[in-house]
Design a protein around this ligand. Structure first.
Ligand code: NZQ
Ligand code: ZN
Length: 394
C-alpha cells in the first residue's frame, strides 16, 4: 500500500425526515455570525416535486433566517453559472450556502462558497493551477436528492469552462460540505434514466480506485469488492422495481461511501475513465454516468494486462467467476471485463458514443488531445490511445 492522509470533515445525517429534524439547528450552528440569509441553490425544479424544497424552506424559517432561492443550476455546471451565483451571495450578504439537489447543484454551490470568499479568480488559481487554499470558503451544506457523485461527502467540485472546453475537478479538504442531509425519500422521484446513470457513476468511482496500484490485496480493496458486489445487487433490484426503498436507500449510501476518499486510502487512484468522460462532456454536454458506462469496458480491455492481478480479483470476487472455468489468468481477467460489459447492457445503459449524441462531425481527436492523463493508472495512456478508445466506443 502507499502512504496516505485521510481527512473528512462532513457531518452526515442520513435517514427519514432528517431535514425537518436537523436543518434549522445546523443553519444556526454554521452560518457566519451576523448574517441572517441562507442562499438555497437548486437545479431545474425537481426539488419542488420531491418535497426537499418545501422542507428546506420551512427549516430556514424555523431557524429565523431569510431564504434566497437561486435555481437554474444546470447539469454539468459551468464556471459562468458559478460566478452568477456568487453575485447573488455577495449582493445578499449570505451567511450560508445550501445546495439542494444532485452532484451538479452541490458542485456549483461548493465552488460558489470558495469564490465568494476569495478576491482572485478561483477557477484559474485553484481548479487550473491548484494553488494552496489558505482561507476558509463560505459555510456550505448540502441536501442530497440524487445519489451518484458522492459530492456530499468529498472535497471536489467539477465545473466546465465553456470558453476553453475544460471540465475538471479539484479537491481541497476545505471544499467538503460542513454537513450533508440525506433522506432517501427525496430520491424516489428520480427518472429511471438518472437512477441508471447515477448508479453507474457510483460503480465507476469504486472501479477507478480499485484498478490502481497496489495491484495486490489490501484492506481497502476488500472493502471495495464488497461495495461493488452489493451495488450490483442493488442496481439490479432498483431497475427491476424503482419503488424498492431498501435498494434505493442502499444505493444512496453507497454513493457516499464510494467517493468520500476512504475506500481509496493506500491506493494510487486511476480516474482515467473519468478524465476521458469529463472532456467528452466538456465538448458535447453528455451525461456523466452514461459516458462512463460507454468508456469503462473499452478502456479496461486496453489496460488489463498492466494490472492483471486486480482484474483477476475483479472477475473472482466481484463477478464470482470460477477460475477453474478459464485456461489462463488473462482469460479470466477478460471474462470479468465482459461480465461488466454484459451488466451494462442488462441495465439498459448506453454502450456507444453515438447513443450519447456524438456524431461523425464531432472532432474526437480534439477531445482526445484535451484529456488529462492519469498518473495513477496501471499504464499511462497517450492521447493517441485515448483517440483509439473513443473510436472503438463510437
Ligand atoms: O436539475 P433538476 O431539476 O434538479 O434535475 C436533476 C437533473 O436533471 C435530476 N434530479 C436530481 N434529483 C432528482 C432529480 N430528478 C427527479 N428527482 C430527484 N430526486 O437529475 C438530473 C441530473 O442531476 P445532476 O446533479 O446533474 O446529476 P449528478 O448527480 O450525476 O451530477 C453530475 C455532475 O457531477 C459531476 C459530473 O461531472 C457532473 O458535472 N461529478 C462530480 C463529482 C464530485 N463532486 O465528486 C464526481 C463525479 O465523478 C462527477 O464528475
Ligand atoms: Zn463520476
Amino acid at each position: 500500500m502507499n502512504n496516505f492522509v485521510w481527512q473528512n470533515r462532513t457531518r452526515v445525517y442520513f435517514g427519514d425526515k432528517v431535514v425537518g429534524k436537523h436543518l434549522a439547528e445546523l443553519i444556526q450552528e454554521f452560518a457566519l455570525p451576523g448574517r441572517k440569509k441562507v442562499l438555497v441553490g437548486y437545479g431545474g425544479g425537481s426539488v419542488m416535486k420531491n418535497g426537499s424544497f418545501a422542507d428546506v424552506e420551512a427549516a430556514v424559517k424555523e431557524a429565523g433566517y431569510e431564504m434566497i432561492a437561486w435555481g437554474g443550476i444546470m447539469s454539468n455546471p459551468t464556471v459562468d453559472k458559478m460566478l452568477e451565483g456568487v453575485e447573488q451571495v455577495k449582493a445578499n450578504d449570505v451567511g450560508l450556502i445550501l445546495a439542494v439537489g444532485g452532484g451538479s447543484t452541490m458542485d456549483c454551490c461548493k465552488a460558489m462558497a470558495v469564490q465568494a470568499a476569495y478576491d482572485g479568480d478561483a477557477w484559474q488559481d485553484f481548479w487550473i493551477e491548484g494553488k494552496p487554499m489558505d482561507f476558509d470558503p463560505l459555510p456550505c451544506g448540502v441536501v442530497v436528492t440524487m445519489p451518484a457523485t458522492g459530492s456530499e461527502l468529498n472535497p471536489c467540485a467539477v465545473l466546465t469552462n465553456t470558453e476553453t472546453n475544460i471540465k475538471c475537478d479539484r479537491g481541497y479538504p476545505k471544499i467538503n460540505p460542513l454537513f450533508a442531509l440525506m433522506d432517501p425519500a427525496y430520491t424516489m422521484t428520480m427518472p429511471m434514466r438518472q437512477i441508471k446513470a447515477g448508479t453507474f457513476d457510483i460503480l465507476s468511482h469504486i472501479m477507478e480506485g480499485y484498478f490502481s496500484d497496489p495491484a495486490g490485496s489490501w484492506a481497502t480493496d476488500d472493502m471495495m469488492e464488497g461495495l461493488m458486489h452489493g451495488l450490483i445487487r442493488d442496481f439490479r433490484a432498483a431497475v427491476e422495481n424503482p419503488e424498492n426503498v431498501e435498494a434505493r436507500t442502499s444505493i444512496m449510501w453507497a454513493g457516499s461511501l464510494a467517493e468520500n476518499g476512504f475506500p481509496k486510502t493506500g491506493k494510487k487512484l486511476d480516474f482515467q475513465a473519468h478524465n476521458m468522460e469529463h472532456q467528452l462532456s466538456a465538448y458535447t454536454n453528455c451525461n456523466h454516468g452514461e459516458g462512463l458506462a460507454v468508456l469503462h469496458p473499452v478502456y479496461y480491455r486496453h489496460i488489463y494486462k498492466d494490472g492483471l492481478p486486480k482484474f483477476v480479483s475483479f472477475a473472482k470476487e466481484v463477478w464470482r467467476l470460477n477460475p477453474a472455468d478459464y485456461e489462463s489468468e488473462e482469460e479470466l481477467a477478460l471474462a470479468g471485463i465482459e461480465a461488466l460489459a454484459d451488466f451494462i447492457r442488462e441495465m439498459g445503459l448506453p454502450t456507444t458514443l453515438r447513443e450519447l449524441g456524438i456524431t461523425e462531425e464531432t472532432d474526437l481527436k480534439e477531445i482526445a488531445d484535451s484529456c488529462f492523463i492519469s498518473e495513477g493508472a496501471f499504464r499511462k495512456l497517450t492521447h493517441e490511445e485515448i483517440l483509439e478508445i473513443y473510436k472503438e466506443c463510437f
